[in-house]
Design a protein around this ligand. Sequence first.
Ligand SMILES: *[C@@H]1O[C@H](CO)[C@@H](O)[C@H](O)[C@H]1NC(C)=O
Ligand SMILES: *[C@@H]1O[C@H](CO)[C@@H](O)[C@H](O)[C@H]1NC(C)=O
Ligand SMILES: *[C@@H]1O[C@H](CO)[C@@H](O)[C@H](O)[C@H]1NC(C)=O
Ligand SMILES: *[C@@H]1O[C@H](CO)[C@@H](O)[C@H](O)[C@H]1NC(C)=O
Length: 416
Amino acid sequence: MASAGLSRSVSARFSYRSLNLNSPRVSSAAHRKWMVPGSFFNALVLVFFFVSLVLVLCCILYLYWFRYLARGLVPSFNGVVEGCDVFDGSWVRDETFPLYNSSLCPFVERGFNCLANGREDREYLQWRWKPRLCEIPRFDVRDMLQRLRGKRIVFVGDSMSRTQWESLICLLMTGVEDPKGVYEVNGNSISKTIQFLSVQFRSFNFTVEFFRSVFLVQQGLPPRNGPKRVKMTLKLDKMDFMNQRWVDSDILIFNSGHWWTPTKLFDVGCYFQVGGSLKLGMPITSAFRLALETWASWVESMVNTNRTHVFFRTFEPSHWSGLGQKTCEVTKKPTIEAEGNIRSEFTDIIAEVAAKVKFPMTVLNVTMMGAYRSDAHIGTWSHPASILDCSHWCLPGVPDSWNELVFASLFREGWR
Ligand SMILES: *[C@@H]1O[C@H](CO)[C@@H](O)[C@H](O)[C@H]1NC(C)=O
Ligand SMILES: *[C@@H]1O[C@H](CO)[C@@H](O)[C@H](O)[C@H]1NC(C)=O
Ligand SMILES: *[C@@H]1O[C@H](CO)[C@@H](O)[C@H](O)[C@H]1NC(C)=O
Ligand SMILES: *[C@@H]1O[C@H](CO)[C@@H](O)[C@H](O)[C@H]1NC(C)=O
């Protein structure tokens, strides 16, 4: 009865409209159809009703599943969207940052603790990296400490890797009740030239390690009978002597690039070598590519990528300015446009080599995100003071976001 009533009033409305169309043919055809009670139209209304009901029920179930069940299955995973490029984004102001206090973390080296070295403006501490199409899950330290139980995290590279190593330890220490249970296993302190540091989190039974290997490949004596100016060579086809110690790890994060400059190579008598022969005229970018190819085949043959998650972080932009790039002016805010020396050919080479490898790996393409942060460098707040530094970053700061991106990538792969 109810449906008959419904059909009548609807049909009345429809026939009124069709009359308004001023087309007698349509109007009469419509009349004939609509005036037949029940049958076709009733069935249509019923189908519509049931389809709507099913859709609404599906929506409710879907929302329920996401809110209560999905969260339980993959905590902190909310917000990471499939297909979102987490490296494409901008810095947004966030009062809940920074994520730790450097003065309370014994693993921030004095040279990176800008506040302790006299920096007074604080706005630089409160920026969060926001990918354009999604959010990075917030660093949930309790969850992270549990997930890292029994694991080994290894950083290999130059001082930028050391900064990221320090950042990760400080991020994790905010969740540790007994700070004395976090210590360097050999009692070593941090310095610019230290080769190896390993910090143990005793209650959680994991280590965060750093190996200084600025070129990743082997540095050594030149072949005999070479020219006098050749004091050392980089053997582009051989991995650094320490490579055996990197293998047996769960998360393995590399970087290289900042030492591949004429000043740090040729000016100190270091030239390239492949096999037994010197490559005196080889451009630095070609040598870098060869070294990365050596690295890639090393990972392929030595690292069990079923267990080890492999990352390679790209080049860090510096913000030197003025004549001869000797001036270092740290700004108060990030810049609107990406600026600074990004040496993108290095990032491109990393991406090209990574695109060809047969094992799973993640390129941490962090070059552009640093390019906005002329406010986040050390500047004059270094240690010892008087050293200007527009290359390294203050801690807390940009390297914390690299670590957030490492975990965002791991979660996306379904890490447990
Ligand atoms: C790195 O990320 C930037 C910013 O999204 C992008 O413009 C650039 O193409 C990326 N580079 C590589 C090699 O993926
Ligand atoms: C960090 O901790 C120190 C020592 O407790 C304190 O004096 C300082 O105000 C803190 N800094 C920040 C930025 O909260
Ligand atoms: C610590 O972790 C290692 C694996 O890295 C494991 O072999 C060892 O049994 C663990 N020790 C404890 C006390 O859980
Ligand atoms: C890695 O996993 C694949 C597929 O599950 C398996 O075929 C391979 O043997 C594993 N490799 C190692 C070194 O465990």
